[in-house]
Design a protein around this ligand. Structure first.
Ligand SMILES: Cc1cc2nc3c(=O)[nH]c(=O)nc-3n(C[C@H](O)[C@H](O)[C@H](O)COP(=O)(O)OP(=O)(O)OC[C@H]3O[C@@H](n4cnc5c(N)ncnc54)[C@H](O)[C@@H]3O)c2cc1C
Length: 404
């Protein structure tokens, strides 16, 4: 029987330490500047590409790590460095997962490498599901994909919003409605290749946190893509739609839609990002509490502060354990029967929000200024309870699973 262990193996430790070095030496010192600039940190993505941190090979290695811990470990270290810059580095991964979850082997082989480009010419990719009237309620999506049989092309029209890397990406993965009668079961995902006419960037959002990550609307006006850009292929789509129509008639079981397949796979990874930000803020607060002297002694010697730090440390470890469990389950092919992926994302993101807020409090006035990183970490942490399914939506998913 395999030995049970919480310890990373030597290879994983080596990768973790290498990532930590990049996060500490390259990302952390640049974090405040890119937060202020609110721009994609291309030089840092390039640096990551040169080192092999921003590359398909590296992510594939972590994704296929047999213990399941490669991805969460990577996310935790990079988001420990800085959440905005890290999202610029790993945002392409969401689009890649969209293709891995729904594409054929040929589509994966063609498009995923193009999403990253190479060290001399780095590219980013975008996953476009959300719309102005379809956020949590994915079934309200309006972007339409209509098949032009004569030309074997799909024609996409609609407006996507909140797309990480939207408009600056080479490859865009777009989720669209192919059969409006079927709600979210009538959705499909499409590759929009680089420089396809009709795709343009709408407004770029000015955000509260993760400001080094580009977030924008993506407008699709008569965007024509070849039939081969339908992820999974037409035959599989037709079969899936036929099954969904049958089930709709008989009121039968739920069929997973394209966007949901992507989000399910990525939720523990988002939990790991939240753990990284929480750990970063906790460490700053711990150091500060040991050195800041008031009333003649370091503030950590007050039980009120020490207990706060004890709770922060405990919650961060609990969050990491939930993330690791979900990641291990996903890799071991165990179904999320009790929505364990959502549990990990819900808990870790709430912990990140609360731990970063407590870190601001422990730093007092300094915590409230941009001279210290916890102010930025607190703003950054607010995203985790919103994107890839809000905390309320995670609770909906968990309550449905446990209440079945
Ligand atoms: C920085 C950033 C990056 C993003 N990146 C991407 C991306 O790359 N690709 C992409 O497709 N999307 C992306 N998103 C979109 C993100 O996933 C959505 O913002 C999120 O799903 C919530 O949708 P919404 O903003 O429309 O909020 P709404 O769905 O309008 O929700 C508003 C509030 O109502 C609550 N609510 C809604 N329905 C219920 C319910 N039934 N029960 C209880 N409460 C409910 C929500 O929890 C929330 O608190 C990003 C968003 C941000 C902010």
């Amino acid at each position: 029987m395999a030995e049970f262990t919480f310890e990373l193996n030597d290879d994983q430790k080596e990768v973790r330490d290498w990532l930590h070095g990049f996060a500490a030496d390259v990302m952390r010192p640049a974090a405040a500047e890119w937060d202020e600039r609110e721009e994609t940190p291309w030089p840092i993505i390039q640096e990551a590409a040169k080192l092999g941190i921003y590359s398909l090979d590296f992510y594939a290695q972590q994704f296929f790590d047999p213990t399941g811990l490669g991805v969460p470990m990577t996310m935790e270290e990079l988001f420990w460095g800085d959440a905005g810059i890290a999202l610029s580095i790993v945002g392409t991964g969401l689009a890649a997962v969209g293709v891995l979850a729904n594409g054929t082997e040929e589509q994966i082989g063609t498009w995923v490498p193009q999403m990253y480009g190479d060290a001399n010419d780095v590219k980013v990719a975008a996953f476009c599901s959300s719309e102005p009237d379809a956020g949590s309620d994915v079934a309200s999506m309006r972007t339409r994909a209509v098949y032009d049989e004569a030309k074997d092309e799909w024609v996409l029209n609609g407006t996507k919003t909140w797309a990480t890397n939207g408009g600056i990406a080479g490859v865009h993965v777009v989720v669209a409605v192919v059969d409006p009668e079927l709600g979210s079961k009538g959705h499909a995902s499409f590759i929009v290749p680089p420089n396809t006419p009709g795709l343009s960037q709408g407004q770029k959002f000015k955000k509260h946190g993760i400001r080094a990550s580009h977030t924008a609307e993506v407008v699709l006006e008569d965007v024509r893509v070849p039939g081969s850009c339908l992820l999974g292929g037409k035959e599989k789509l037709d079969e899936r739609l036929a099954r969904a129509r049958e089930k709709a008639k008989s009121g039968g079981e739920r069929v997973k839609n394209a966007a949901m397949a992507t989000f399910e796979a990525s939720r523990p990874a988002v939990g790991a990002m939240a753990v990284g930000t929480a750990r970063a803020a906790y460490e700053v607060a711990l150091d500060y509490a040991k050195t800041r002297v008031q009333f003649g002694r370091p503030i950590i010697e007050n039980q009120g502060v020490a207990f706060q730090l004890a709770d922060m440390a405990t919650q961060i470890d609990a969050a990491r354990l939930l993330v690791w469990r979900a990641s291990w389950m996903a890799t071991a092919g165990k179904p999320f029967t009790n929505a364990e992926g959502s549990m990990s994302k819900l808990y870790a993101s709430e912990v990140a929000k609360s731990v970063t807020a407590q870190a601001v409090q422990i730093l007092g006035g300094n915590g409230y200024t941009r001279e210290y990183p916890v102010e930025r970490m607190h703003r950054d942490a607010a995203i985790y309870t919103i994107f890839e399914g809000t905390s309320e939506i995670q609770r909906m998913v968990i309550s449905r699973a446990v209440g079945r």
